[in-house]
Write a protein that binds this ligand. Structure first.
Ligand SMILES: NC(=O)c1ccc[n+]([C@@H]2O[C@H](COP(=O)([O-])OP(=O)(O)OC[C@H]3O[C@@H](n4cnc5c(N)ncnc54)[C@H](OP(=O)(O)O)[C@@H]3O)[C@@H](O)[C@H]2O)c1
Length: 380
């Protein structure tokens, strides 16, 4: 029986993680669940999965929950609660399914304890990839990706030697604006940007998919996870989202992983690795799908993709600036304060204004994140 600490249980990945765990009551037990504010969704999860502890990041929501559930389980609150859960509870697998930079601090605590880190929160590797991978080696923690592309690559690399990899081919659906002209991106609405053609996800990652920043973050994530240079990471548009990514080897052979666009599959793989367990998820009907198509992304239209390659090249705290600026810009777009096309502009401005620090430690990363957020909050 593996004990699971699930951070972000009320989000899209969190709910899917519980959907997987529900299928395997003999394999997994929930130690703790964490949320930001949505205690209405957390309460039924507590009743079903009986965690010893829950953490509610928002103090007010946490006090409300305490009153509602009496002594059913321990309720911790705030950032301290998240850190306490990751650093002191008894668990085997840490599932990082929170969104944004806030996922970093608890992940670092789990790494220090040498845990298995099933990671959906790609921002952790984007902002602190060098530090996180170094710490994983030092403390013997194991990172297993949940992101479908990285799970695909992880699966393709099983049984292969690292020096036999020629390149990684990250597939991208292209999002809702794949066929729009660059000039039209200034007038797209929040609703249009939130209509992803293939995946149902949280708002932030859905906007990132529309701007292709999501693929940009994934390039950086792949660089750190698989220790591969940026020139060996290629992005290919594949609108059907059936091939989740590929690895090309030095002999020219390509391995791909296929599946329906359903996050339960990579989540289950991360939880059960290195085993595969039988499930009843829907299977692919290849004749019904018919065609799988591929083409190159338009780097001029999707400026965020270009910015991701740029910060990866610069290294240091540049990816942290890109991430923080993007989080604030996306939030502003969702609140109707800026145009969709202003997202890369704000990121560019932040990258120009914030100094880059090479090989940053934890404190430098947190300072850089804070400084960038303050700067971009003041930009329009
Ligand atoms: N969704 C996908 O299919 C998908 C695929 C690949 C990778 N990912 C990655 O997985 C992560 C989660 O994505 P998602 O789509 O599941 O996001 P989501 O639906 O927005 O859920 C986010 C979860 O994190 C909690 N949360 C939000 N802000 C927080 C904060 N400041 N402190 C503590 N907890 C906080 C939320 O709690 P409340 O509900 O209380 O707000 C919720 O439980 C992201 O890093 C994303 O890039 C997602």
């Amino acid at each position: 029986m593996k004990k699971v600490l699930l951070l972000g249980s009320t989000g899209s990945i969190g709910i899917n993680t519980l959907n997987v765990i529900r299928n395997f009551p003999e394999e997994f037990e929930i130690t703790a669940l964490t949320v930001n504010t949505r205690i209405d969704l957390l309460e039924p999860q507590i009743n079903e999965f009986n965690p010893d502890t829950v953490v509610v990041k928002n103090e007010k929501s946490g006090s409300e929950l305490r009153k509602k559930i009496a002594n059913k389980c321990r309720v911790l609150t705030g950032e301290d609660g998240l850190i306490e859960a990751a650093s002191s509870l008894e668990y085997d697998i840490f599932v990082g399914a929170m969104v944004g930079f806030s996922g970093l601090a608890p992940a670092l605590e789990a790494i220090k304890r040498g845990k298995i880190i099933a990671l959906a929160n790609k921002e952790t590797l984007v902002v602190a990839g060098e530090l996180v991978t170094r710490m994983c080696k030092k403390y013997g923690a194991k990172l297993i990706p949940i992101d479908s592309e990285h799970s695909a690559i992880y699966q393709c690399l099983e049984g292969e030697k690292n020096n036999c990899v020629e390149k990684i081919i990250l597939t991208a659906s292209g999002g809702p604006f794949l066929n729009k002209k660059k000039s039209a991106l200034g007038t797209v609405t929040v609703e249009e940007a939130l209509s992803h053609p293939n995946w149902k996800m949280g708002n932030k990652i859905t906007i990132d998919s529309a701007s292709m920043m999501n693929k940009g973050l994934e390039i950086i994530e792949a660089h750190w996870l698989f220790d591969i240079e940026k020139d060996k990471i290629e992005v290919v548009i594949h609108p059907q989202s059936i091939i989740h990514s590929m690895v090309q080897f030095v002999d020219g052979s390509i391995k791909a992983q296929l599946g329906l666009p359903d996050m339960k599959l990579p989540i289950q793989y991360a939880l059960t690795y290195p085993n595969r367990l039988t499930n009843n998820f829907k299977r692919i009907n290849l004749p019904k799908i018919g065609n799988l198509t591929f083409f190159s992304p338009d780097m001029e239209k999707f400026e965020c993709l270009k910015l991701a390659y740029k910060v990866l090249n610069e290294g240091g705290t540049a990816p942290c600036v890109l991430n923080a600026a993007n989080e604030i810009a996306v939030d502003k777009f969702l609140k109707g304060k800026i145009k969709f096309s202003s997202i890369p502009q704000l990121i560019n401005e932040a990258l120009d204004k914030i100094e880059n620090h090479k090989s940053p430690d934890v404190e430098t990363i947190f300072e850089c994140d804070k400084k960038t957020r303050e700067l971009v909050l003041g930009l329009s």
